[in-house]
Design a protein around this ligand. Structure first.
Ligand SMILES: NC(=O)c1ccc[n+]([C@@H]2O[C@H](COP(=O)([O-])OP(=O)(O)OC[C@H]3O[C@@H](n4cnc5c(N)ncnc54)[C@H](O)[C@@H]3O)[C@@H](O)[C@H]2O)c1
Length: 347
């Protein structure tokens, strides 16, 4: 697969680290509207072709697939021309800033008949995949209750950089720069994590969102800091289970931690994922009587990057695709309406 990378910021580096280890994948070009970032990135990873606009890259055309690692609001305008050009696309999450645009991208990808995937990274967490298999196999019985959280602390710490001065964080705090805050940024991850692990879809949602004042006048330079920082959500699942889902950028002591607890009528499962460590624990069978939890060993699973490369090579589509991400975006859009209207809505 001849691959180009669009957007050469923080996440692009992570993606190149993964793609460059996959046999048969060649990173042949990079695109960024920021000339300095593009040059530094292409030099660092030895990428020959450099483009300051996607149009130039498409006019050149000597590639099979693109990975779109631009900021959220650029996903829609940059993905559509790639699809028209017949290129396979892995797009970063969230697919778009709203359901309408996400659906337009989905329909364009389906019309083009190309491989379309969204980088819901936590599908790479092996315990999540194993938990889903166990739920589907009936090992914990019918799922009744789900607890899911995604905790970050970059508004409290400088472990990942200073949000007060770096654009990579500032655009995430501003609706005018295309961000739906913590809900749009990592809410999509934790909703996918919860619904995929519990093997059922979310069908009702009621959310509370909060934006705390972070700077004088709520503004830093061109960035109005008006996007939400924390959310809590209660959900119903299609199988009848109830769930609570929450996320925050203010969770001191948690750099990046996802937790999912799934309780069925015969057992419980708990998945914890932090940088560099993932764990699956279960309370199953007789252990329910004494509330003993045991670690369940799980083998690694292929990453989204490996599965995208395989899908392009074989022509056989893989999950998660654009339609799935668009459906999740619908839940996020409704969550914002529920905050305004203070009432539960059906998805
Ligand atoms: N899957 C994950 O776990 C994960 C993790 C981090 C970020 N992300 C996603 O990756 C995307 C990028 O995030 P980031 O942290 O790397 O952002 P960033 O701000 O660090 O980098 C984005 C880059 O895109 C460039 N850019 C902007 N508009 C462009 C355009 N029209 N054409 C080409 N380049 C353009 C910018 O100049 C910048 O270099 C976001 O959508 C984010 O949500 C996903």
């Amino acid at each position: 697969m001849r691959l180009i990378i669009i957007g050469t910021g923080g996440m692009a580096k992570n993606q190149v680290d993964h793609f460059s280890q996959i046999d048969g994948v060649e990173i042949v070009g990079a695109v960024d509207t920021d000339v300095n970032r593009l040059a530094a990135f292409a030099d660092k990873f030895n990428i020959e072709k450099r483009f300051l606009s996607l149009d130039e890259a498409i006019a050149w055309g000597d590639f099979d697939a693109a990975t779109n690692v631009t900021p959220d609001r650029a996903h829609h305008p940059t993905t559509l021309p790639l699809l028209v050009a017949g290129k396979h696309v892995l797009c970063e999450k969230p697919l778009a800033e709203n359901y309408e645009k996400a659906l337009e991208m989905t329909e364009a990808a389906e019309r083009a008949g190309v491989i379309n995937m969204v980088n819901l990274t936590y599908r790479n967490v092996a315990p999540l995949q194993r938990a889903r298999e166990m739920v589907i196999a009936g090992e914990i019985g019918t799922v009744k209750h789900v607890e899911a959280s995604y905790l970050q602390s970059w508004l409290v710490s400088k472990a990942w950089g200073d949000w007060r001065s770096e654009s990579t964080w500032l655009w995430r705090l501003s609706t005018g720069h295309g961000s739906n805050g913590v809900l749009g940024d990592i809410g999509i991850h934790i909703l996918d994590f919860a619904a995929y692990g519990a093997a059922t879809d979310i069908d009702h949602v009621f959310a509370r969102l909060k934006t705390f004042n972070k700077a004088p006048g709520g503004q830093i330079g061109e960035y109005m800091l008006d996007a939400n920082d924390s959310f809590t959500m209660s959900v119903d699942f299609a199988n009848g289970a109830l769930g609570v889902v929450h996320a925050s950028r203010w969770a001191t002591g948690h750099l990046n931690e996802l937790k999912l607890r799934i309780y069925g009528e015969r057992g419980g499962l708990e998945i914890t994922h932090r940088p560099g460590e993932s764990e699956l624990r279960g309370c199953l069978g007789e252990d329910a009587e004494s509330a003993i939890w045991t670690t369940i060993e799980v083998p690694p699973v292929p990453t989204n990057y490996q599965r995208f490369a395989e899908a392009v090579a074989t022509g056989v589509p893989q999950d998660p695709n654009f339609r799935h991400a668009a459906n999740l975006q619908k839940v996020l859009d409704l969550a914002m309406v529920t905050e305004r209207e203070r009432r539960e809505l059906k998805v």
